[in-house]
Write a protein that binds this ligand. Structure first.
Ligand code: COA
Length: 162
């Protein structure tokens, strides 16, 4: 029984994050999506909203071995507390790799028993980020191609574009 934690800010969840989630759900018995409570970023959605939007996306895709929680503090501590042997992260491009490699060394030092697994994001999602999608939505562009339907609706409502 291998349980994996997939941590991130997810402000909001995109189709790229969902792709990583779906593939992790095939690889591992159980996947826990962990929404980080207080990242050093300006957020559009509250922690509760980010969790709810991810849960809606999971339900829409019918993923039965994926759950969504929020957390504070160190990611590897949360993984250990939840009995996760693995932490999954998606990698889009070389920039992500350099950032992740740096963070992985810290995480490895903090919790050597937890394995870090990196999945390459599909090419069609390799240029998506939550910030880019928010920028497009704020400028009135359609974002349905990049995010789940509930997220597109929530962004339109939040940005005043019904
Ligand atoms: N598809 C689409 N977008 C993706 C993606 C994918 N497959 N993979 C990454 N991204 C995007 C994210 O949406 C995010 O976009 P944004 O900056 O516009 O929000 C960006 O790429 C990645 O941001 P990053 O800061 O690397 O990750 P994150 O914010 O999603 O999560 C944490 C970072 C929360 C996992 C990390 O900061 C953490 O573990 N914090 C807890 C404290 C800790 O343990 N620190 C480490 C040891 S000191």
């Amino acid at each position: 029984m291998v349980r994996a934690l997939y941590p991130g800010t997810f402000d909001p969840v995109t189709n790229g994050h969902l792709d990583i989630t779906i593939r992790a759900a095939r690889l591992f018995d159980e996947v826990i999506v962990a929404v980080y409570d207080a990242p050093p970023k300006q957020l559009l959605f509250s922690t509760e909203e980010r969790v709810a939007l991810y849960r809606a996306a999971i339900a829409e895709r019918g993923l039965t071995n994926v759950s969504v929680i929020s957390y504070r503090g160190l990611t590897v501590r949360t993984a250990a507390e939840l009995g996760c042997q693995v932490v999954v992260r998606g990698i889009r491009a070389l920039g992500d790799f350099l950032y992740e490699a740096d963070m992985a060394i810290t995480n490895r030092t903090l919790a050597p028993e937890i394995e870090l697994v990196f999945l390459m994001t599909l090419l069609e999602y390799s240029y998506i980020s939550s910030s880019r999608v928010k920028e497009l939505a704020a400028l009135g562009e359609q974002v349905e191609a990049y995010v789940p339907p509930a997220v597109a609706a929530a962004m339109a409502a939040r940005l005043g574009r019904h």
